[in-house]
Design a protein around this ligand. Structure first.
Ligand code: YK8
Length: 203
């Protein structure tokens, strides 16, 4: 896995959570630009463990010439109960792409961590990885996360053990798509920040 972003934004942690994890105008616009269509989403609901969960379904448009042009996808988001409103939000998002080659071998886990810096500042970190459904141990991962304030570690693992060439094929193609998506997301967040700080200067 890789730590993908670790950056301070000039808006509150609440605002960051609202932008990324609610049905915000920001997300709607971003998905529109990425040609992610037919989005349906459940509302955040508490599960038996005390964490909050929601599920999104949508169709993604793929630019990779090796893959069909579209795939349906399911994204399961978990807001861990260790989160503290306004201070600390830990969200895992598992993304299953149902119509790509080898889709039963892998899924993608994106971990977002929003940390309050001050009233009007927060830090956003995320780590991305491709995972096995079964070998993923949330607990050990969480311990590693809280024990290392500057890094989020994740591993690349597979649900079934594919041949070497298949594995590198999946990894390479997944990373390039992910990189593109998250670089774009970062750019959009920076733009949102510029708009918001602009707004508060005017006021
Ligand atoms: C979410 C990871 C892999 C997948 C794709 C698969 C190619 C398969 C390669 C074959 C198309 C919005 C990605 C990038 C599609 C988009 C997914 C998004 C960006 C040849 C083996 C969708 C975050 C997210 C997670 C995983 C991404 C897929 O919010 O390359």
């Amino acid at each position: 896995g890789r730590l993908y972003m670790n950056r301070v934004f000039h808006f509150s942690a609440e605002k960051m959570f609202e932008l990324l994890f609610t049905d915000s105008y920001f997300v709607q616009r971003f998905m529109n630009v990425r040609k992610i269509t037919g989005v349906t989403s459940t509302s955040w609901q508490r599960d038996a463990s005390g964490s909050m969960k929601r599920t999104l379904n949508y169709t993604i448009t793929i630019t990779n010439p090796l893959v069909g042009k579209f795939s349906t996808a399911t994204e399961n988001q978990t807001l861990y109960k260790e989160s503290r409103e306004g201070h600390y939000y830990l969200v895992d998002s598992e993304v299953y792409t149902h119509d790509v080659p080898y889709h039963d071998y892998f899924y993608t886990l994106n971990r977002y961590c929003i940390i309050r810096n001050s009233k009007h500042k927060c830090r956003l970190r995320y780590a991305l990885s491709c995972f096995v459904r079964l070998a993923f141990s949330l607990f050990s991962d969480f311990v590693r996360l809280i024990n290392s304030p500057h890094r989020i570690y994740t591993d690349v693992k597979y649900k079934k053990q594919p041949w070497g060439f298949v594995k590198s094929f999946i990894t390479k193609n997944s990373w390039s798509g992910l990189e593109d998506y998250f670089r774009h997301l970062e750019a959009e967040l920076l733009e949102e920040e510029a708009e918001l700080t602009q707004g508060s200067n005017d006021a």
